[in-house]
Design a protein. Structure first.
Ligand code: ARG
Length: 457
């Protein structure tokens, strides 16, 4: 296929060098954004009298037909083309002739690719947000079911204090709501039009970049043409947001993996999200959760790829920047795949409240509540803490829980203990009475669910 740049070069590119240079296998997925950008550009060129209205119309119609044919699978993208921009421009010219050759007036592939990428990432960001919202929905459904399902809350992976299962998983929902806002923030900054920056130094034609910005749904234009073609910080921001999404999913996955182990057995993942072993018939492996955890590393890698690729580049465009797409596309594909399987995995997961309660019963997770009981009756917290500590040691020795300590023993330690102590250290009571804002009480769970609901699309 003809190169767009054959101007002053006398030899064809070496075959391997040509393959090496080509990005069509990566950037062809931006064909619709490329065509949208070109249509906006041609419309502007026509409106500003830079090309004739007749040429502009022919270009726009031709591009429309190419888009339809590509969408319908009637036109195959030539993998020999250097990149998607080359392919579409050559295809246009072969269809409409001379007018097609006027499309690239007052434009360069440098501002073209910067535009395509912004449009593409803007579209994909919307899809990622949709998928996160599906995970939020699944979490909310489980939380609704398990507002009063008691489980041990952990610190240092040691049983610490009682919480509800709803409270625990809503923590992840909160993280994901921030991920949504982070992505929306990236899009805000990303959504400026670089088209018309041309190769690096703008153009002598009387273009109107605000016109193309409006028709492409940009919020404004990039204010410096050299920045417009060489900045990729919008990719870095989005990659960082995606790496954070993955980090959240990975932590959640780690818990699902632990919870579905025989040691915990707090949940059972649905058969449709687990695999068996080819040799051990008893196995039910949380492969999907493990893969999400595993794929987190590659998204971090994509972020580092982009940061490293850019760090030494002089202004403006350098071919190194062609590497931007592979990294950011890989991250997008990975995040989308992970979110897609995550939502139904959460939704179909069977929660096992009896096992959670059993675990909550052993581990003295109501010890703080016992100390608080004494403190509320006037004892200084430190003293109450000490008494409780001694009692826990005694219980451990006796092999019983705080709820099984006889009244005489309590009285021996402090007169402040009365019959109501048993009710006050009951795990259900301990959880529901944690009425602090943002705590695990059912009223707080309702408020949390309401908060998350606002992010559901
Ligand atoms: N395929 C190129 C890229 O993705 C398009 C821009 C080419 N520009 C150039 N000056 N060679 O970066």
């Amino acid at each position: 296929m003809d190169k767009l740049w054959a101007g002053d070069l006398h030899k064809a590119l070496d075959k391997n060098a040509d393959d090496f240079n080509s990005s069509i296998h990566v950037d062809s997925r931006m064909y619709s954004q490329d065509i949208r950008g070109s249509m906006a550009h041609a419309t502007m060129l026509g409106a500003m009298g830079i090309i004739s209205q007749k040429d502009a119309d022919a270009i726009i119609d031709g591009l429309g037909d190419i888009l339809d044919d590509l969408d319908a699978g009637k036109l195959e993208i030539d993998q020999e083309a250097e990149d998607i921009h080359t392919f579409i421009e050559n295809e246009l010219t072969s269809r409409i002739g001379e007018s097609g050759k006027r499309l690239h007036t007052a434009r360069s592939r440098n501002d073209q690719v910067a535009t395509d990428l912004r449009l593409y990432l803007r579209d994909e960001s919307g899809e990622i947000i949709q998928l996160i919202s599906k995970v939020l929905e699944a979490i909310i459904d489980q939380a609704q079911e398990h507002k009063t399902t008691i489980m041990p809350g952990y610190t240092h992976l040691q049983r610490a204090q009682p919480v509800s299962f709803a409270h625990h998983i809503l923590a992840y929902a909160m993280m994901l709501t921030r991920d949504i806002t982070r992505i929306k923030d990236c899009v805000k900054r990303m959504n400026h039009n670089p088209l018309g920056s041309c190769a690096l130094a703008g153009t002598t034609y009387n273009t109107d970049r605000y016109m193309t910005a409006r028709s492409l749904g940009f919020n404004g234009i990039t204010m410096n043409s050299m920045d417009g073609v060489s900045d990729r910080d919008f990719c870095i921001e989005l990659l960082s947001a995606m790496a954070t999404v993955m980090m959240h999913l990975s932590r959640f996955s780690e818990e699902l993996i632990l919870w579905s182990s025989w040691e915990f057995k707090f949940v059972e993942l649905d058969d449709s999200f687990t695999t068996g072993s080819s040799i051990m018939p008893q196995k039910k492996n949380p492969d999907i959760a493990e893969l999400v955890r595993g794929k987190t590393g590659r998204v971090y890698g994509d972020l580092v790829t982009m940061l490293t690729m850019l760090k030494g580049l002089p202004l403006a465009y350098n071919k190194d920047m062609q590497e931007d797409k592979e990294a950011v596309f890989d991250a997008i594909d990975t995040v989308k795949m992970c979110l897609t399987v995550f939502a139904p995995m959460i939704r179909t997961m069977k929660v096992l409240p009896e096992n959670m309660l059993k675990a909550a019963g052993h581990g003295f997770i109501n010890a703080t509540d016992l100390a608080d009981y004494l403190t509320k009756k006037g004892m200084p917290f430190r003293t109450a803490y000490k008494i409780t500590g001694d009692l826990v040691a005694w219980c451990t020795h006796e092999g019983i829980t705080l709820n099984q300590v006889p009244m005489e023993k309590y009285k021996e330690l402090s007169d402040l203990f009365q019959e109501d102590i048993y009710e006050k250290i009951d795990l259900a009571y301990c959880t529901s009475s944690r009425i602090s804002q943002g705590g695990p009480s059912p009223a707080s769970i309702d408020r949390q669910i309401d908060y998350v609901m606002d992010f559901i699309l």
